[in-house]
Design a protein around this ligand. Sequence first.
Ligand SMILES: [Ca+2]
Ligand SMILES: [Ca+2]
Ligand SMILES: [Ca+2]
Length: 377
Amino acid sequence: MKLMGNLSVRAVLARLGFTTKQLGSFVAILPVLAILTSTANAGFWEPFTISSSPNQKSAPAIHGNIVAWAELRSGEFDIIGYDLTTNTEFVITEHVGNQFTPQIYEDIVVWTDFRNGNADIYGYNLSTATEFQITSDPNDQRAPEIWGDTVVWEDFRNDTQNFNIADIFGYTLSTQAEFALSTDPGSQFGPAIHNDTVVWGSDQNGGGVYSYDLTTNTEFLIEGEPPGGTAPDVFGDTVVWNDVRNFKTGTYWYDLTTGTEHLISEDNDSFVRHSAAIFGNLVLWFDGRDFVGGNDTSIYGYDLSINSEFQVATDIGGSSSFDLHNNTVVWMDRNSASGPTEFNILGAQYVPEPGTLALVGLGSIALVRRIRRRTMS
Ligand SMILES: [Ca+2]
Ligand SMILES: [Ca+2]
Ligand SMILES: [Ca+2]
């Protein structure tokens, strides 16, 4: 996954529509292609607009062709969905009370819901158009994430004194069974999940990044150097997060298989980076390096397959979250440059640059043209 090997090149070409026969004739030059793409430039991000309605919005999420976000309508926040294939917007819930922070996995949307006077986790099945309740504990459950059959969230049920020290809980959708992942001392926050791995940040013992293996029910401290511990993300065996060391803000990735930590990049100042996310070879984060006043924030990223850093978007205001799935990122753009503040849900799709020089050198010009045409379309 980290380096673009033959299999992933093959997978990319298959996605571009090449047949098995065409792929077979391509295998001979794959090693050359793999070497040259390892030094290739990053691709580019093609931006698009999802919603520019005047309502206040927050926390967009994406999975496949579905985008969801929280939107202020009639004085309260609801969960709104959008289908990127049909460019149509639809209501997921407009129940009384505020709904925030949706996340999506295939046809299931989950979110934080205040309809009961405290925060609970609710869900919605897009295929059956049915809503369902996940938690009913009288204390707060917030910030759910979902992958496959499992939902995880920040849970405040055990802090009956202050209601601000969180644990991590989870729920199996198929069995409707709730369970605790971590009731460690201090606060555990910002859980993320991919396959059978859950990760979170913790302020326990000065701060750290933890992972949890759902198949073995074991917790593992990844990084415990204070002040580490901003909310991490996980994809496969790769965990990513931002932290500050020696007054430099860095983005790190950790290989759960080898137990090794790697610096992706760092700013030579304590510029704020937060909200690192990973999907496939792409790592993205909010980055304050372009700050020139106001609420300017940028999204920067890094392609682990070609070791290249790039800017995804800049001057997006005080946006507090984005989401990444496949090659598409969505975020909230808060723009007050000309008049009243606008709250736009924007997106961008990453178009990787194929190893064009390698292919041209091997006389496969027609193939290159086909790749580029299909990639650009
Ligand atoms: Ca509502
Ligand atoms: Ca609750
Ligand atoms: Ca705790």
